[in-house]
Design a protein around this ligand. Structure first.
Ligand SMILES: C[S@@+](CC[C@H](N)C(=O)[O-])C[C@H]1O[C@@H](n2cnc3c(N)ncnc32)[C@H](O)[C@@H]1O
Length: 198
C-alpha cells in the first residue's frame, strides 16, 4: 500500500502545481460555477484551478500532508477551497450532492469495489450534473511513467460502459500522450478521459 503522506513529504508538488491537462480540456463539460467536489485531490492542483475559474469547490483526500500543501497552494493563488481530510471509503455518499464531481487519478479502488464506487459518484451528482474522471489504462503498466503498478486498478472504456447508460456518456476515450506533471507523472502515458451527464 502506498504511503501517500510520505510521498507528498517533499518540497516540490509531486504532480506539479498546475491542473491535469485533461481537466483543462474537459472543463467545458462542467456546470459553470457549480458546487464541485474534487475527490482524491492530493496537493490541490485541480481544486485550486477550478476555484480560480469560479467553481465552488470542496476537495477531499486522505493525506494530511497533501492537505497542508493544497491549502498553501490555494492561499498563494488567493482562492478558497473547502478541504476535508477523509478516507474515501468512510464518506457517506448517500448524503452527498454536487453539480460536478471530478476524480483525477484516484486509482486506489480495488476491482471488487470500483463499480459500486462509480455508482455512488453518479448518485452524488445532481440530475443534469457532470461526473468527470481521468486516469490510466492498462497499457500504462508497460509505460511505467506514473501510477500504481497494479493492472487491476487501471480504468477501461468497458468499465465505464458497464456502469453508465449510453445516453449518459459524453466522453469515453482512451489515448496516449506525453505528460509532464511534476516528477510523479512524467513521460509517454496511457490515459482515459470519461465524462457523464448524470
Ligand atoms: C495519484 S494521487 C492523485 C492526486 C490528485 N488527484 C492529482 O491528480 O494531483 C492519488 C491520491 O489519492 C489519495 N488517496 C489514496 N487512497 C485514498 C483513500 N482511501 N481515500 C482518500 N484519498 C486517497 C492519495 O492521498 C493521493 O492524493
Amino acid at each position: 500500500m502506498v504511503d501517500w503522506d510520505e510521498r507528498f513529504s517533499i518540497e516540490d508538488y509531486l504532480f506539479g502545481a498546475e491542473p491535469a491537462q485533461a481537466l483543462v480540456n474537459l472543463e467545458h463539460y462542467l456546470i459553470p460555477q457549480g458546487n464541485t467536489l474534487v475527490i482524491a485531490d492530493g496537493e490541490g492542483r485541480n481544486s485550486v484551478y477550478l476555484a480560480s475559474k469560479g467553481f465552488k469547490v470542496t476537495a477531499t483526500d486522505a493525506s494530511t500532508v497533501a492537505s497542508v500543501k493544497a491549502k498553501a497552494l490555494a492561499a498563494s493563488r488567493n482562492v478558497e477551497v473547502n478541504y476535508q481530510v477523509a478516507d474515501f471509503f468512510d464518506i457517506d455518499w448517500s448524503t452527498q450532492q454536487y453539480d460536478n464531481i471530478v476524480g483525477i487519478f484516484f486509482q486506489f479502488v480495488p476491482p471488487d469495489k470500483i463499480k459500486h464506487v462509480l455508482m455512488n459518484l453518479r448518485s452524488a451528482t445532481n440530475k443534469g450534473g457532470t461526473l468527470l474522471i481521468h486516469g490510466y489504462t492498462p497499457q500504462q503498466i508497460e509505460l511505467a511513467t506514473g501510477g500504481p503498478k497494479d493492472l487491476s486498478l487501471m480504468y477501461t472504456k468497458e468499465l465505464f460502459e458497464d456502469v453508465f447508460e449510453p445516453k449518459e456518456i459524453l466522453v469515453n476515450k482512451e489515448y496516449q500522450m506525453q505528460l509532464s506533471e511534476g516528477s510523479g507523472h512524467k513521460g509517454q502515458s496511457a490515459l482515459i478521459d470519461f465524462v457523464a451527464k448524470c
